[in-house]
Design a protein around this ligand. Structure first.
Ligand code: EPZ
Length: 424
């Protein structure tokens, strides 16, 4: 296995190009199952997770080829409706084939994803939603075995929690159902709008884009689409926080500032100057010396609230602040795996149930250490800590990072960081 070495204390400067969003690419690749023919997806990031998802699609009979960041996908000849455990266990987003397979083939056998480091990650809302549309779902031997005799029937589905992939699964199931489906308390993340745009391009009829109430009028068939993946707001947020944490100045390009409303406000409250362009965000420190980072509370919420996927990264930044703040995680039950590792770097953080109390120790508050990555976003908070710390940090199990950050070493090096990979 590989580890990442980070020489800390260097202010990051310059600009970094943001890739397509992992959490939009996965549902949009799944959506190609809904219509035979050649689909074209642009701005597709080349990540461990997108490669894994395409392996799963190959299993189903889908052909694909990549030319740069353009992916051509042909789902004409589906030969299977089964997503096997050995693929699903490595990436729980594989559950996204459930809805499209069921509505296109009348059946789907998808391994239960199982939990992950950040929580149990149940899919009960996906299943009860599909059953509301008339599917029969049997849970046995670790698989969801779903089938429908004829077509799914449109109905109203209410989500207890605005589940992102649950909303995506039900959207993809409903577009070919008979009649009208209404999704209530649906997720409103920008990745949902990206999926709606692709489905609409395929001939689907969907109302309520960007709201928590989606109305889908089923159609008899769909056609292949040509759609671009939106920029990765979590990658953009990660780099903005890294630039701030190192006392640097820089710009993220090819991004969408409207997708990060809460993070940008929190960075301004912490004392940073954040300027928004059409597809860029710039961040810098005020001229005043000495530099101090204000302590700012955050509470993770569904979009447009503060994103849970940027919670760990902001915590690394707050470890450098001058006072005390509280970070509350309301989405997942175990998303503080980065705390123990940040403590190894000198961070003064106390876990109290679903909240952490961070006693900031100032901009020199962290020192390099050997730490271990546990999940994708926790890993990026350790990179940020290492970039801001004095001395060297070694991060093991960096395959977590490669799931969601394209060309991480090249992009950080381009900002002046001294980072490289070594064999463990
Ligand atoms: C998506 O996961 C993202 N993954 C996650 O990003 C992200 O953290 C999460 O949404 C929240 O924004 C993808 O889009 C591929 P949820 P998802 O269903 O859809 C509970 C990353 O780092 N719930 O919105 O699985 C669930 O346990 C990943 O890129 C149920 O109880 O999240 C959680 O507490 C991590 N039953 C809450 O709802 C269900 O059937 C929100 O989960 C579904 C969800």
């Amino acid at each position: 296995m590989e580890k990442l070495i980070v020489e800390g204390g260097i202010p990051l400067r310059g600009s970094v190009r943001i890739s397509g969003a992992k959490n939009a690419a996965l549902p949009l690749i799944a959506a190609t199952l809904l219509a035979p023919g050649r689909h074209r997806l642009g701005n597709v990031p080349n990540l461990r997770d997108t490669r894994t998802f395409l392996k799963l699609m190959e299993n189903l009979g889908v052909r694909h080829e990549r030319e740069g960041d353009v992916l051509t996908i042909d789902s004409t000849d589906l030969r299977s409706a089964e997503a096997p455990y050995d693929l699903v266990k490595t990436m729980r987003a594989s559950v996204l084939v459930l809805g499209p397979l069921l509505t296109r083939m009348g059946k789907a056998k998808v391994s239960m994803p199982g939990g992950c480091a950040i929580g149990a990650r149940p899919i009960n809302f996906h299943i009860t939603g599909l059953e509301k549309l008339g599917a029969t779902c049997r849970l046995e031997h670790g698989y969801v075995d779903a089938e429908i005799d004829g077509r799914l029937q449109g109905d109203t589905v209410y989500f207890d929690i605005p589940t992102v992939t649950g909303t995506e699964n039900l959207l993809m199931a409903a577009v070919l159902a008979e009649g009208t489906t209404i999704l209530k308390n649906a997720a409103r993340e920008p990745e949902i709008a990206n999926l709606i745009d692709m489905l609409t391009g395929m001939g689907a009829r969907i109302e309520g884009r960007n709201t928590d109430r989606l109305t889908i009028h089923g159609v008899d068939e769909l056609r292949p689409a040509d759609c671009d993946i939106i920029p990765d707001r979590i990658e953009a947020g990660t780099y903005l926080i890294a630039i701030a944490a190192t006392g640097g100045e820089g710009t993220v390009t090819h991004c969408n500032p409207a997708h990060l409303p809460s993070l940008l406000e929190k960075l301004r409250l912490a004392g940073l100057i954040v300027d928004e362009g059409d597809s860029t965000i710039s961040i810098r420190w005020p001229q005043a010396k000495p530099r101090t980072l204000k302590s700012v509370d955050i509470k993770t919420m569904p979009f447009p609230g503060y994103p849970t996927d940027l919670q760990a990264q902001f915590m690394a930044l707050m470890a450098l602040s001058t006072d005390v703040c509280v970070i509350t995680e309301t989405i997942f039950e175990n998303r503080f795996m980065h705390v123990a590792e940040l403590q190894r770097m000198g961070a003064d953080i106390r876990i109290d149930g679903h909240s952490c109390v961070i006693n900031g120790r100032g901009l020199q508050g962290l020192s390099g250490a050997q730490v271990m990555a546990t999940d994708l976003r926790a890993s990026s908070s350790l990179v940020i800590g290492g970039l801001a710390a004095s001395g060297r940090t070694e991060i093991s199990r960096i395959y977590h990072l490669e799931r969601g950050y394209e060309n991480l070493v090249e992009k950080l090096t381009g900002l002046g960081a001294r980072v490289w990979k070594e064999q463990e």
